[in-house]
Design a protein around this ligand. Sequence first.
Ligand code: GDP
Length: 426
Amino acid sequence: MLTAIVGTNWGDEGKGRMVDLLGCDYDIIVRYQGGNNAGHTVINERGEFVLNLLPSGILRHNTVNVLGTGMIIDIAHLWGEIEKLSAAGIEITPKNLKISEKACICMPYHVALDGLEEDRLGKSAQGSTRRGIAPAYADKYLRKSVRIGDLLDFGTLPGKLEPIVSRVNVTMKGYGAAPVEIADTLAWLEDYGTKLAPFIANCEDYLNDAIKSGKNVMFEAQLGTLRDIDFGIYPYTTSSTALAAFAPIGAGVPGARLDNVIGIMKAYSSSVGGGPFTVEMSGTEAEELRAAGGEYGAATGRPRRVGAFDAVASRFGAKMQGADAIALTKLDVLYYLDKIPVCTAYDIGGERITDFPVGDKLEAATPVYEYLPGFGVSSIDELTSCRKFSELPENAQKYVLFIEKQVGVPIKYVSIGAEREQIIVR
Ligand code: GDP
């Protein structure tokens, strides 16, 4: 069975939690795009973990975790994650972690360039996490990257690096920044390359063989449809393909067909980073929702923008993912509201729109809300303790069914808490 777990919105929908929950049915978990610019928070019996690069399967015994070719990997950050988890007693070995030799490395100068460009843009900054992801992907497509496999042969690195770094320094000069020293870059590569060498593998051979022998593989995406480089709210997107259809390519098994696509969707909206966010709340209303949902970025700690559930964006998000089923997360967070807004259409210049628009049209959209009654509970426990759909308060059931109808994809999972067992399977 091949399953992709993907985000249908702006990211941070709770994918990590769902991968952690469903992971027990899978032998292998693969990250196939992105880098350490987003993060999953997973809470289970072993503790609370923030994972930026490692798939959440790393927290399970007997699960093999793959960092696929479609990723951009900051090797210093990866080593930091490995060390942190190891210190917490999680065993990480070449048996349960494989890093694709063909993935490109996110270098310290990519991080620097990302920051320099955001600073240059000032007020019109793109909301980058400043982790170097966009410059690293740009260099990948310019064919000026160092790849993970290059770390296995240090002798060849100076020759490979020279033309790359000399071009980087043309850009550094343009920014008025200090040039990158090849010696420093080489030392950095050698240091982390030595540490990570045992984990480097030909992941496409590994995965093709595994799939042939009937292993179950889960593909774990980062971010969501609306941050996808092609179909998201360009240019306020990430630099990679966050869609399920890319999973087999980014992982290294292009001929594989997914059996399942599970779209993760939050019961309200949140967004880290810039760009149009039609349902954005402000003032006390936003502060209350942000506090109730703990909406601060897992990678950066930045307060997330929050808003009501956006059916227009979510319908589009689920469609582009080809989602077969939806996992609706964080329903419990809405417990305190007397009435719950749901954006069911956009108003653009007096016209009512239900298809997700692009560009200037999206910028001009204002939300059209319908209001559903609050769940009528006196404490959050009345939601977090439910284990069957029929146990949920009637208005909570109605809310889920309303969203299901709006999105047009069955909601198979309803998450009512961050812990592994706080889930309702319908
Ligand atoms: P991801 O990047 O899509 O995995 O999302 P994040 O990890 O950034 O955000 C999910 C956050 O919400 C984590 O802190 C989870 O522990 C938490 N979470 C996930 N599902 C639920 C839920 O149903 N209820 C509550 N209260 N928290 C949840």
